[in-house]
Design a protein around this ligand. Structure first.
Ligand code: HEC
Length: 222
């Protein structure tokens, strides 16, 4: 009788040890491969067999090649409703933390071809920009504008000043030394087409507290 109870105790202890060990294994090693594959198959019914995503009337984000930290953060955001999407909330809120990490890591390794259908004529323009840079304001121009005590300046190019440029001197002269705001990528087509040189200008930024920059809605009233 004594012997049996000792064995029982031993068996119980061993059982507990085994449980503890498998519990820990699941935490660190992540979900089993069949579980992961089954889940991936589900993700890929919407996001595409190689996570390439889709364009069109019901677009689907591309997950392939994306940073795991980014994907994990998005999934967590769907769960916490920081990002609201009913479909992805339903998909994500059932995922265990280790499954979430495993899924996010899987998509990083995929590298399908980019989706087709982009305008081909932009390829040549892109090559030219890559090789020759973009025209824009240079240092002398920035000093001239600052001497006129202007409040704002803008251009329709991506960087406002001439690129390539290692240290963006115009940004330093205008923003840092003179507190003059710079607008980039302003759509000036209409103003130049109508030859409008004088107008009331209104800039509507986003409500960002403590920020130093923002996308704006620029309005010209002539
Ligand atoms: C029923 C279709 C469907 C399924 C299944 C699905 N998704 Fe999604 N997923 C979407 C849609 C639609 C969006 C875009 C949501 C939005 O824009 O708010 C999205 C967005 C995402 C995003 C954000 C991507 C980004 O760059 O913004 C991630 C990450 C994601 N899904 C991961 C997954 C994973 C992982 C699975 C599998 C567990 C999965 N999805 C299954 C439809 C689906």
């Amino acid at each position: 009788m004594k012997l049996i109870s000792k064995r029982l105790v031993l068996q119980t202890v061993m059982l507990i040890l085994v449980c503890a060990a498998t519990g820990r294994a699941e935490d660190t090693a992540g979900p089993s491969n069949p579980d992961l594959q089954a889940k991936l198959q589900y993700c890929k019914t919407c996001h595409g067999l190689s996570g390439q995503g889709y364009r069109g009337s019901f677009p689907m984000p591309r997950l392939a090649g994306q940073q795991p930290e980014y994907l994990e953060n998005q999934l967590q955001a769907f769960i916490e409703r920081r990002r609201t999407n009913p479909v992805m909330f339903n998909v994500a809120h059932v995922l265990s933390p280790s499954m979430l990490t495993a899924l996010a890591t899987h998509f990083k390794e995929l590298n399908p071809k980019p989706l087709g259908g982009a305008p081909r004529e932009l390829v040549a323009a892109g090559k030219k920009i890559y090789e020759e840079g973009v025209p824009g304001v240079v240092e002398d121009g920035a000093r001239f504008l600052a001497s006129k005590k202007i409040a704002f300046t803008g251009a329709d190019t991506t960087a406002y000043e001439k690129v390539p440029s290692l240290d963006l001197p115009c940004h330093v002269i205008l923003l840092m030394e003179n507190g003059i705001q710079i607008m980039e990528m302003v759509n000036l087509e209409e103003l130049s087409r109508e030859a409008v040189y004088t107008f009331l200008f209104i800039a509507l930024p986003l409500k960002i507290k403590g920020g130093v920059g923002s996308p704006i809605r620029p309005i010209a009233i002539a």
